[in-house]
Design a protein around this ligand. Structure first.
Ligand SMILES: [Zn+2]
Length: 481
């Protein structure tokens, strides 16, 4: 193997790596058993503040795994980003009971505030990863998830058997944290001391709880009720995995930070206690953990507590807050994807941890990606390529595949034909319902110089038959750069 990362990365063998040729082979048994029509890589992130490197690595791994799985198994793949807006935003102590109460991000900020937070920290990062890997992604908040009837139904099924799972989900005290915020003020008892399951009738589980301001209240949880349901991390994962297990055509793969590998045994114990068919439970892929020099997981709050302003050796500012990367977002994504790709090239490198110092060293060896926005490659026939290269053709026509719908003015498009390429910039994007309608607005000479509209439509329809045209017609005005 003449892989350039071979000399850069050295990892010992491990039990897991020894059993695998490729990192993605981790999910091959499930694909062989279930023959899914598609694979969704699920990555969950608490959206409390700017992401650090550990978060960036897990998310980048999800997109690169989606690309690797698509290539390895010829199956449609995508990424689902689960934005955990149930992270605590405020915590206070009830002066009477001394119980801690918390209010989650979703309630403190509202849906628009949560959207803005996702936009600020993640949207352009995901768009750039999508551009790079061609892996479609969607974003779902925890608030959306818990409102879904299947999620609520699945929760009720599990809470019916709470006695079977309580010691798996809370091995130290058996009190599973089920938080149902006060309907008046959204505060919920953090450790569910006085939150009790009263009864289960049909598909509804009735709880009683105590608010620090409004006293005792009751709330029903089940399909069709609006009461918010917040669960401890292990319980939330149990329910989520059982929801995903019900989908027979899509294989869900949970992509998690390596520290999760210690906790999943408890989730599996709860699955087993419920008699779950383990063949249906989503496989999990643990991405490399980022460690401080002490061997502890890189933690922003821990460093803030211990080091005031100065960072410990080996920790660079961008590792704690990726928005402090000195170049643009595409440069950051190219660099991070290069790193994760190198690590993913061998299971020995992927299924282990890295110190910040080692990651810093690896990053210094990255190629020079420049600081220009990344150009998106568009394959094109020779005839049209030549027209674009001479500057005669300034409108490119495509149909409304979701990847095409994302093209925006200002973006760079590199038209590629065999070994030739031509860099252009998008000036304008217009959409039409048919090719005929497009030609009522666009100049035919800019689409295919010197050819009349009738023959142009015939030619375009040979490339895009009616069923493709039905996706919508997109005219992209470009200029050479
Ligand atoms: Zn209240």
């Amino acid at each position: 193997m003449d892989d350039p990362t071979d000399s850069l990365l050295i990892s010992p063998n491990s039990v897991l790596a020894n059993a695998l040729l490729r990192t993605i082979d981790m999910i091959r048994p499930r694909i062989a058993a279930r023959a899914p029509r598609s694979i969704t890589f699920v990555v969950g992130t608490q959206i409390n503040g700017a992401p650090h490197l550990g978060t960036g690595i897990v998310q980048t791994a999800a997109f690169l795994l989606a690309r690797a799985a698509r290539r390895a198994f010829s199956i449609d793949t995508r990424v689902l980003f689960s934005a955990l807006d149930n992270a605590p935003h405020d915590v206070i102590v009830d002066p009477e009971s001394f119980h801690a109460y918390q209010k989650v991000y979703a309630h403190a900020l509202g849906p628009q505030g949560v959207d803005e937070l996702i936009d600020k920290h993640y949207r352009s990062f995901f768009e750039s990863l999508f551009d790079l890997t061609d892996a479609e992604y969607s974003i779902e908040t925890y608030t959306d998830q818990q409102a879904d009837d299947v999620f609520r139904q699945t929760f009720v099924e599990t809470v019916t058997r709470l006695d079977d799972i309580r010691w798996w989900l809370a091995p130290s005290h058996g009190t599973v944290h089920i938080r149902i915020p006060c309907p008046h003020c959204d505060w919920a008892e953090k450790r569910s001391e006085r939150t009790k399951l009263v009864d289960i009738e049909g598909s509804q589980a009735r709880f009683e709880a105590v608010c620090l301001d409004h006293g005792p209240y009751e709330a029903s949880i089940g399909p069709g009720t609006g009461n918010y349901l917040d669960l401890s991390t292990l319980y939330r994962n149990l329910v989520k995995e059982r929801v995903f297990a019900q989908d027979e055509s899509t294989l869900y793969v949970m992509v998690k930070g390596g520290d999760w590998s210690f906790g999943c045994q408890l989730v599996d114990g709860a699955h087993a206690a419920l008699g779950t068919d383990m063949r249906a439970i989503p496989p999990r892929i643990f991405s490399p953990m980022v460690l401080a020099d002490t061997g502890a997981k890189l933690s922003k709050s821990l460093i803030r507590e211990q080091h005031d302003a100065a960072l410990p050796e080996g920790v660079e500012p961008w590792m704690l807050d990726t928005s402090r990367w000195s170049a643009g977002i595409d440069n950051y994504v190219d660099s991070l994807a290069w790193l994760v790709d190198a690590v993913m090239s061998d299971p020995k490198h992927f299924y282990r941890s890295f110190t910040t110092k080692e990651l810093g060293r690896l990053m210094e060896n990255r190629p020079n990606f420049g600081d220009q926005p990344r150009a998106r490659d568009m394959a094109i026939y020779k005839k049209y390529f030549d027209q674009i290269a001479t500057g005669d053709k300034t409108i490119e026509v495509r149909v409304g595949y979701s990847s095409m719908k994302r093209i925006k003015p200002g973006q760079l498009l590199r038209f590629v034909c065999r070994d030739e390429s031509c860099l252009t910039k998008v000036i304008r994007v217009a959409t039409y319902s048919t090719f005929e309608e497009m030609f009522t607005a666009e100049d035919p000479d800019a689409v295919n110089p010197g050819q009349d509209v009738t023959s142009q439509i015939q030619e375009i329809r040979r490339i895009f038959p009616r069923d493709k045209e039905a996706l919508g017609v997109i005219a992209i005005e470009i200029e050479k750069v």
